[in-house]
Design a protein around this ligand. Structure first.
Ligand code: MRU
Length: 399
C-alpha cells in the first residue's frame, strides 16, 4: 500500500501576513465536497468555527483554543495602544505608550476572552487545556515584564509550538499503536495455527479464512474521525492506522458513518482515501454484523476526555462498539494524547456531555416528538483493551 500523507491538508495553522496574525483552518463542514481553507484574525470567528464543527476533533480544538487566545491578545494589545504593535501596523498616529493601567485592562480582557473560548464546547478537555497553556504563557510574559504586544508575540510562538507538538505527539502515538497491532497480528496468526488457516477467535464468532494476519494485514473498525482532520496533522486513531499501514499490516479500515453529522462518512473516508488506505464506509448499525462475520480484527477510536479512572468519552456510539467488541473478543483500543487525560475528572460519570442542536437529528421538528442529541458517550475502562498515548500504554491504576 502506498501511503500518501502529503495529500492531506494541514487542519489548522497560524500565519502572519504583513505582520498581522491569522489562524487558518480547513472548513470541515464543507468536506468532502469542497476543500476550503479559511483564514481569520478574529478570535470570535475561531470560537464560532469550533462551535459549528468547522474545526472539530479534540486535539484540533485544543490548538484552536490556544490560537484564539493569541488572536485576542493581538486585538487587545492594539486596543490598549501598545506602541510596538501599532507601529508594525502603520498606525503611528494612534500610538500611546502602554502604561500599567493599560496592561491591567489587557490582562482582564484576555482572561475574559479565554473564558469564552474555553466554553465553546464542554466535553473535549483539550480545548481548556489549549486555552490554559496560552493563559500560562501570558502570565509568564507579564511576570517577565513584557508589554502586551510582546505577550501577543509570545502567544503566537506558543501556537506554532503547539501545532508542531501535536503532530509529533500523534506520530509517537502511531508508533506505539502500530507495535500493538504487530503483536495482535502475530497473536492471531498463532491462534490460527499456520498462515492460511482459519481465523478463530473462539466464542460465537464465525471464522474468517485467508492468509496470515501479518501478510494480509488487519481489518480495523473506527468510529467518527480521529484522523489528521481531528488534529493539527496525522491523527490519533488514524495515526495508528497510518503508522501500521506504513509497515504493511493494515488490510482495510471500516469507517462507521457516525450519525448524526457523519464525521465518518464525510471526513474519515475522505481522509483515508486521500492517504491511500483502503476504506469501506458502513452505516453505524452494521458494526455488530461485521464483527459477527469475523471481519474486524481490532477497533481503534480517539477520545475527547479520559477520566482518572480510565473511562473515556468519545463520539456517541463508541460505547456500543466497545460492548460488542467484548462480546466478540475483539481488542478495543483508545488512542489519545496525554492532554486528553483529565485527572481532575474522577470517573466517566463526571465528564460533561455536550448536547447539540436537535436539528442535527431531526431537521424538521414534528409536533409531539422529543429529540436527544448527546454528541458523546463514555466507555468504561474495563471495556478498553489499551489506552495508547505518546508515551505508550497508559494504565490509570499505575498513575
Ligand atoms: O464532535 P467531534 O467531531 O469534535 O467529535 C470528535 C470525536 O469524537 C473524536 O473521536 C475525538 O475528538 C478524538 S479526535 C483525535
Amino acid at each position: 500500500m502506498l501511503l500518501n500523507l502529503e495529500n492531506l491538508p494541514r487542519t489548522i495553522w497560524v500565519e502572519k501576513s504583513g505582520g498581522v496574525p491569522a489562524v487558518g483552518f480547513v472548513d470541515q463542514r464543507l468536506l468532502p465536497g469542497e476543500l476550503i481553507l479559511v483564514r481569520t484574525s478574529d478570535w470570535r470567528e475561531v470560537v464560532d468555527a469550533v462551535k459549528t464543527l468547522a474545526v472539530r476533533g479534540a486535539p484540533a480544538i485544543g490548538v484552536a483554543g490556544a490560537a484564539a487566545v493569541m488572536l485576542a491578545a493581538y486585538e487587545y494589545a492594539v486596543a490598549e495602544g501598545d506602541a510596538r504593535l501599532a507601529a508594525q501596523r502603520d498606525c503611528e498616529e494612534s500610538i500611546v505608550s502602554a502604561g500599567e493601567s493599560d496592561r491591567a485592562t489587557f490582562d482582564d480582557r484576555l482572561e475574559e476572552a479565554a473564558r469564552v473560548i474555553a466554553e465553546a464546547r464542554p466535553t473535549a478537555v483539550n480545548l481548556s487545556w489549549g486555552v490554559r497553556r496560552a493563559q500560562e504563557a501570558a502570565r509568564a510574559a507579564r511576570a517577565a515584564g513584557k508589554t502586551a504586544a510582546e505577550t501577543a508575540e509570545a502567544l503566537y510562538e506558543l501556537a506554532e509550538a503547539l501545532i508542531a507538538e501535536d503532530e509529533a505527539v500523534n506520530r509517537r502515538i502511531g508508533a506505539h499503536g502500530a507495535a500493538l497491532l504487530r503483536e495482535l497480528a502475530d497473536k492471531l496468526d498463532m491462534e490460527r495455527g499456520a498462515p492460511g488457516a482459519s481465523h478463530d477467535r473462539g466464542g460465537d464468532a464465525p471464522l474468517r479464512s485467508g492468509a496470515s494476519a501479518r501478510q494480509q494485514g488487519l481489518n480495523i473498525l473506527t468510529h467518527c474521525n480521529a484522523g489528521s482532520l481531528a488534529t493539527a496533522f496525522y491523527g490519533t486513531a488514524l495515526g495508528v492506522v497510518y503508522a501500521a499501514a506504513q509497515e504493511g499490516i493494515i488490510n482495510r479500515v471500516f469507517a462507521d458513518e457516525t450519525r448524526p453529522v457523519n464525521q465518518g462518512a464525510r471526513l474519515t473516508v475522505w481522509e483515508l482515501a486521500r492517504a491511500g488506505v483502503p476504506v469501506t464506509l458502513q452505516c453505524d448499525d452494521m458494526a455488530a454484523s461485521l464483527m459477527a462475520e469475523g471481519q474486524v480484527d481490532a477497533i481503534i477510536v480517539g477520545a475527547d476526555r479520559i477520566a482518572a479512572s480510565g473511562d473515556a468519552a468519545n463520539k456517541v456510539g463508541t460505547l456500543g462498539l466497545a460492548i460488542m467488541a467484548r462480546y466478540f473478543r475483539i481488542p478495543f483500543y483508545v488512542a489519545a494524547p496525554k492532554s486528553t487525560i483529565d485527572c481532575t475528572t474522577k470517573s466517566g460519570a463526571d465528564i460533561p456531555i455536550e448536547e447539540r442542536d436537535h436539528a442535527e437529528v431531526l431537521a424538521e421538528p414534528i409536533l409531539g416528538v422529543a429529540v436527544r442529541n448527546p454528541a458523546f458517550d463514555v466507555t468504561p475502562y474495563e471495556l478498553i483493551t489499551a489506552i495508547v498515548t505518546e508515551d505508550g500504554v497508559w494504565n490509570p491504576l499505575e498513575s
